[in-house]
Design a protein around this ligand. Structure first.
Ligand code: FAD
Ligand code: EPU
Length: 354
């Protein structure tokens, strides 16, 4: 268990968080531990809680904005292990929370277990996937979820939540609400039906022939589409879509359409419409807009990037500018998808950029 501890009181001597989050900002934490055993994770978490020390469980750090140094203990979840079984109708995977998501997608394809190919190349860990119900190219995590195992840190007990109990929504689940504080996701259970149905509704996938397409072809097409517009965090720090796509009523959409007849929109099952935040930001002429070392990505306006020397303040100010301009032009308020972490714990992202 590599644990980095501070050598002095000043935060400048704390261990760096830069390698542990994809924005790559120059921030530190009082203590960082990487854990591979559940017993270790429980013992360290409980010790922090008992010491009243801020505690953060981190996966791949690909959905995080550290707004300042974190004055507590960051526990990096590296619990590993994949178990596969089958029933008459489906394949079942039990996956430890610290497994890498994209590597799991590759594993399923290598073992002829289709169903996850649309979710290729999403960074981060499997245990984080249920939290915002990760989604891309017409599929969300909930489609493959059978259960999620959650450890209650105070009692040490693990609860297994069914897919229904997870209350999945667009970039939402019970893990952002009732099971947010004092709980750690330790494993996810996935169910991949043997009667595989390709999902070809999104982008270039619609060009594929549903009668002959393979899961591997979908995987390759998804990877190509993603690589053509999303920046690779290894080259340019970022946390994917910085904002969620806003949901609006039919009335609001009708008003917007009067001025912007070509506005992209996606009808939702509850009667609302999802707008494309990237399009709204792009229409404001903000692609490439910079504040300090932070910029709006020039191929996908929904992504804010670290051009190498960005500070957290640069990113927060840029997010503020983007939100204000979209609000002024379209009267639509964007909300961050990225989770904001202050010195003592999570902070309200909307307030931080308002
Ligand atoms: P982290 O950033 O480490 O953590 C996120 C939150 O979850 C934090 O609050 C953390 O405390 C909490 N957490 C992490 N692990 C646990 C645990 N085991 N138990 C309890 N809480 C925990 N997302 C999509 O939905 N679709 C996309 O297409 C997509 N594309 C992306 C592309 C890029 C280039 C990047 C950088 C990000 C993208 N994302 C996308 C966002 C991100 O990959 C997902 O949100 C991912 O699930 C985050 O996983 P993580 O392990 O990095 O979580
Ligand atoms: N668009 C523009 N200009 C831009 C960006 C987008 O006009 O700069 C337009 C596109 O032309 C398209 C529409 O906006 O008409 C939607 O764009 P895109 O297909 O790129 O998807 P998105 O809505 O921007 C969402 C997710 C992504 C996910 C993709 C693919 C959210 C917040 N983002 O992006 O998820 O990969 O769809 O399914 O829902 C993430 O969550 O981090 C993420 C990357």
């Amino acid at each position: 268990m590599p644990t980095s501890t501070p050598t002095a009181m000043s935060s400048s001597s704390w261990p760096s968080l830069q390698p542990f989050h994809t924005f790559g900002l120059p921030v530190r934490a009082r203590k960082i531990s990487q854990v591979t055993q559940l017993s270790e994770l429980l013992a360290l978490s409980r010790a922090s809680l008992q010491a009243n020390e801020p505690l953060l469980i981190l996966g791949g750090g690909s959905n995080m904005l550290f707004t300042e140094d974190f004055a507590g203990h960051v526990i990096v979840n590296r619990l590993r292990g994949i178990r596969c079984s089958e029933s008459e109708q489906a394949w079942h995977l039990h996956v430890a929370a610290g497994e890498n998501w994209h590597q799991l997608v590759e594993y399923t394809l290598a073992h002829d277990l289709p169903g996850m190919e649309n979710l290729a190349l999403i960074p981060g860990c499997c245990g984080s996937a249920p939290i915002q119900n990760i989604g891309a190219y017409g599929v969300e995590f909930e489609k493959v979820c059978e259960y999620v195992d959650v450890l209650a840190l105070t009692s040490g007990e693990t609860v297994r939540l069914s897919r229904e109990e997870c209350q999945f929504g667009y970039r939402d689940s019970i893990f952002k609400h009732r099971y947010q504080r004092g709980y750690v996701i330790t494993a996810v259970g996935l169910r991949l039906p043997k009667a595989w149905q390709p999902v070809l509704s999104y982008g270039d996938l619609a060009k594929l022939d549903p009668r002959s397409v393979t899961a591997q072809q979908i995987f390759t097409t998804v990877c190509q589409m993603r690589q053509s517009k999303l920046p690779d965090p290894a080259q340019q720090g970022n946390a994917g879509s910085f904002f969620k796509n806003p949901l609006v009523s039919g009335e609001t959409l009708a008003d917007l359409r009067q001025t912007y007849p070509s506005i992209p929109c996606y009808p939702q099952p509850n009667g609302q419409y999802k707008l494309a935040a990237g399009w709204l930001i792009d229409q404001c002429g903000l692609k490439g807009h910079r504040i300090g070392g932070a910029a709006v990505h020039d191929k996908q306006a929904l992504v804010l990037v670290n051009q190498g020397n960005a500070t957290a303040r640069d990113v927060v100010q840029l997010a503020h500018t983007v939100r204000q301009q979209v609000l002024a032009r379209f009267a639509v308020a964007l909300e961050p998808e990225v989770r904001f972490m202050g010195a003592d714990g999570e902070i309200n992202a909307v307030q931080a950029i308002a």
